[in-house]
Design a binder for this molecule. Structure first.
Ligand code: SF4
Length: 378
């Protein structure tokens, strides 16, 4: 297919596809799907080989959020029966992180619900970062605490944070329909603050919220402009008790096309399969490793993932390898500093369900790990 040859050539040169080309990837037929995966896989292997980076989530503070993000089980008014707890103590967070690292993760993502941290919260998380870094040589720590105020990114950086995550989630045009308590511009501002403080920026999206192909392409092109080092691609987990509980739009094939499109638009960036991997990709997860070079190990913030052991087996069976702490994730041109200077970098259990049925049976509220007395999944 001419389209795919063009996209591979551009991806190897870190050149942006056109919007029309990105839209065309999303519009490919199931008959062409393996060709799409193979083409985007060439770009993935060129920049990241067969390595898979494992990341581990520690939910420092769960639920009780005053914001109203419609997709989120922790939102204001959520009726989802999730774990709710306030800040984990340093030793609890360190213990949770250690389980993920022992399972093969190289990055720990410290996440807290809320609009954004107070200065006291930043102090608290700084202590946790220091404790985790002291106990685990070579670990990467990413903080995800919501909207940042002036100076907070710098303080996290000084405490040893390597990265800051704040997702754009959806296009600017649709943002107001998803969240009313903060704006798309607020989110962009926080990603820019993280960048300016020298933190590696991590910013991604959520697919499956009823958005159009154009919206998906818009948010991915916006991410390319923001130039994060990693782009998490979440597939909406339609939690019962949230406004988007009935939004079951995704199929495994659709998820693969979305990941391929993200890979073509952000060829040399860490593309991470995030929440919803097991729920929506299901048995197609190994194919997605040909597109993304990074996944979360174990459980998510408020839902359970497949067993950490199953993640490791899947990676090995698909012919990939877990990235070690002695291996650098990003291509050299991104780690040497030159890339960010120019702005855009480029460069039912009794029956077999059919592909399009909502798979509510696969959504399990997290009842283990951080904030519980039950052993974590890693
Ligand atoms: S996404 Fe974050 S800010 Fe929005 S409701 Fe959930 S925890 Fe709160």
């Amino acid at each position: 297919m001419d389209l795919l040859n063009t996209l591979v050539d551009k991806g190897l040169r870190r050149e942006s596809p056109t919007r029309e080309e990105a839209l065309a990837v999303l519009a490919t037929s199931d008959d062409d799907l393996l060709d799409v995966v193979a083409a985007a896989g060439k770009v993935r292997r060129h920049w990241f080989g067969r390595r898979v980076k494992l990341n581990y989530l520690v939910n420092l503070k769960s639920g009780l959020c005053p914001e109203d993000c419609s997709y989120c089980s922790q939102r204001l008014g959520s009726k989802a029966g999730i774990l709710k707890y306030t800040w984990l103590k340093d030793d609890e967070a360190s213990k949770a992180a250690a389980a993920g690292l022992a399972g093969g993760a190289k990055r720990v993502c410290l996440v807290a619900s809320g609009r954004g941290p107070t200065d006291r919260d930043v102090d608290r998380v700084s202590q946790t970062i220091k404790a985790i870094k002291e106990q685990n040589e070579g670990v990467e720590v990413c903080a995800c605490l919501g909207l940042l105020s002036d100076g907070q990114a710098e303080r996290l950086r000084e405490a040893g944070a390597d990265a800051y995550n704040h997702n754009l989630n959806t296009s600017e045009a649709t943002y107001g329909g998803i969240t009313t308590t903060h704006t798309y511009a607020d989110r962009v501002d926080t990603v820019n603050k993280a960048h300016a403080a020298g933190l590696s920026a991590c910013s991604g999206l959520i697919a499956g919220m009823g958005e159009s192909d154009e919206d998906l392409v818009d948010v991915v092109f916006s991410l390319r402009e923001l130039d994060p080092d990693s782009v998490p691609v979440n597939f909406l987990i339609p939690f019962e008790g949230t406004p988007l509980a009935k939004e079951w739009h995704l199929t495994p094939q659709r998820c693969l096309r979305i990941l391929a499109m993200v890979r073509f638009v952000c060829p040399d960036v860490e593309v991470r399969i995030a929440g919803g991997r097991e729920v929506h990709l299901r048995t197609m997860q190994p194919l997605a490793l040909h597109l993304a070079n990074s996944i979360f190990l174990g459980d998510y913030l408020t839902s359970e993932g497949q067993a950490g052991k199953a993640d490791l087996e899947m990676i090995a069976d698909a012919g990939f390898e877990v990235e070690g702490t002695d291996q650098v994730t990003l291509p050299e041109h991104r780690t040497s500093g030159g890339c960010h200077e120019g702005g855009v970098c480029g460069t039912s259990a009794d029956s077999t369900p059919s592909g399009n049925e909502p798979r509510t049976d696969l959504v399990a509220v997290r009842r283990r790990g951080a904030g519980t007395d039950v052993a974590p999944n890693a």
